[in-house]
Design a binder for this molecule. Structure first.
Ligand code: SF4
Length: 493
């Protein structure tokens, strides 16, 4: 394999990001396209919102694998013909990764590559394996030597030690030993392979462009290259694309579908379609539900941009109160500062948003945001809107209170840091400094995605960060409530 790695950027833009849960990864794979690397770079560019810490692409040209992995954004690392030219082949796999601090080590950047007795395999995934630490310890005990601290590498070691002969059977064997929420894409010398966990928590879609087949985290990655959306990969399904065409198998025990409902609220790009629902339309319906559930007399509906915009439009349409751009977002913030300290986080909010004082002065404002995590952004935004002269500030949140951490591939703070886990509504009103605060109810959220309400016996989605009802066992977390720092040195000692 030929490869290049770059570590010349000071920091990803994620460090200045606002007070949100963050998706940790996006994946894109292509089979049978003469410009596989360029196509993958474009797909990853469309998925940049799913991870800004690091990016990698691996290609196969019929003889050799080639890779380029780097810290930073897709455009900064794959924008030149020189880099793309070093990645020949019509089979490619790419990955973007979100990362907050020191764990953006280059050795953790996906796709990961390994040489097996059956040939090379490169693998990338979006999600989190909830028993990876336990499995990793057992593997290390048996002599495996890990090169990274990612859970993806656990899959590689399980494939290496599997007794099955074909790569697909080895992959199935590996995934049967692992628990978690994942969408996984792999390429071998002949195949593009995609897989979703049995609950289908994380998204993965199938696309086609001429004779080429693509797998991507979201449909917006197909749109950018003009590919047709074929369908979602189904929960528990493995799709295998090779010179015989596309084959689908479902080797896992069936499990209830529990797609991540937060994808609709915040993670996915609004122009994507997931599980048959357009994300923008869902967000508008969420806003309308919120307006019906929590009306308030006001002059304007104002979104906290950009993520609050579709729900604010939905709220405005339903309530008949005009939507106004009362807050302007600066899109060029993010890459200058390094430390993700609280001090910088607060500064980041001021740099990122500015109040449109001419619109807000003397007005009663309904401020719509998609979620409150620690509350740091909300405090600053409300301060800013009041300083601009707003007479009243009513906050409406287009999700239920985020009172639990996510363990399924989303970067979230510890539960104690979540505002909704610490304070009731009255406490939050005082903390944030608003005149009123209301969240969308769980049933309102389910109605917005076309359900009559939440089925308490068998919830139709994963909503664990609101409900604490985790659909997949949290083996590592239960065994190690305080996250264990994976040190390569101690692991290998
Ligand atoms: Fe999505 Fe929340 Fe479930 Fe995590 S816990 S997968 S963010 S719904």
């Amino acid at each position: 394999m030929t490869g290049s790695e770059e570590c010349d950027v000071t920091a990803g833009p994620g460090v200045l990001d606002d007070d949100h849960f963050h998706d940790e990864c996006g994946v894109f794979g292509v089979y049978g396209h003469p410009d596989a690397a360029a196509t993958t770079a474009l797909g990853l560019h469309a998925l940049q919102h799913r991870g800004q810490g690091a990016v990698g692409i691996v290609t196969f040209d019929g003889e050799h694998f080639h890779s380029h992995r780097a810290l930073g954004l897709v455009g900064d690392n794959f924008g030149s013909a020189k880099v793309i030219g070093r990645l020949p082949g019509d089979l490619a796999l790419g990955h973007v990764r979100y990362s907050t601090t020191g764990d953006t080590l280059l050795r953790n950047v996906q796709p990961l590559f390994a040489d097996f007795e059956f040939g090379g395999l490169t693998i990338a995934h979006n999600g989190n394996l909830t028993n990876a630490l336990r499995v990793r310890k057992a593997l290390v005990h048996r002599g495996s030597i890990f090169q990274s601290t990612t859970d993806t590498e656990t899959i590689i070691h399980l494939i290496a030690t599997s007794h099955y002969s074909t790569v697909v059977d080895r992959l199935i064997d590996a995934m049967r030993q692992l628990e978690g929420a994942y969408s996984l894409v792999a390429i071998t010398r002949q195949k593009l392979i995609g897989m979703r966990d049995p609950h289908g928590v994380r998204p993965l879609v199938l696309g086609r462009l001429g004779g080429a087949t693509m797998l991507a985290s979201e449909t917006c990655a197909l749109d950018i290259i003009g590919a047709d959306f074929v369908r979602d990969v189904e929960p528990g399904e493995i799709v295998i694309v090779d010179h015989d065409g596309l084959r689908s198998i479902k080797p896992f025990t069936r499990a209830p579908r529990r797609f991540c409902i937060f994808e609709y609220i915040y993670f996915a790009r609004p122009d994507s379609t997931m599980e048959g629902l357009n994300v923008y339309e869902v967000r508008k319906r969420i806003g309308a539900e919120l307006a019906r559930e929590s009306p308030v007399d006001a002059d304007y509906v104002v979104a906290v941009p950009d993520s609050g915009v579709p729900a604010a439009i939905g709220y405005a349409e339903e309530s008949g109160i005009p939507f106004e751009l009362g807050i302007i977002r600066n899109h060029y913030v993010g890459r200058t500062f390094i430390e993700p300290t609280d001090r910088i986080r607060h500064l980041g909010v001021k740099l990122k948003h500015n109040a449109n004082a001419a619109r807000l002065k003397g007005k009663r404002v309904i401020l719509v945001d998609d979620s409150i995590v620690r509350g740091t952004t909300s405090v600053k935004i409300v301060e800013m809107v009041r300083a601009a002269g707003a007479a009243k500030v009513h906050m409406r949140i287009s999700s239920p209170p985020t009172s639990h951490s996510c363990f399924y591939g989303i970067d979230t703070p510890e539960r104690e840091q979540l505002l909704a886990a610490r304070l009731d509504i009255e406490g939050m009103v005082r903390h944030i400094g608003v005149d009123s605060l209301a969240y969308l109810t769980m049933d309102g959220l389910y109605r917005a995605v076309g359900e009559p309400g939440r089925d308490e016996e068998a919830p139709q989605y994963c909503d664990a960060c609101f409900s604490g009802d985790y659909p997949i066992r949290l083996t590592d977390h239960d065994e190690h409530p305080v996250p264990e720092q994976l040190s390569l040195l101690t692991e290998q000692a």
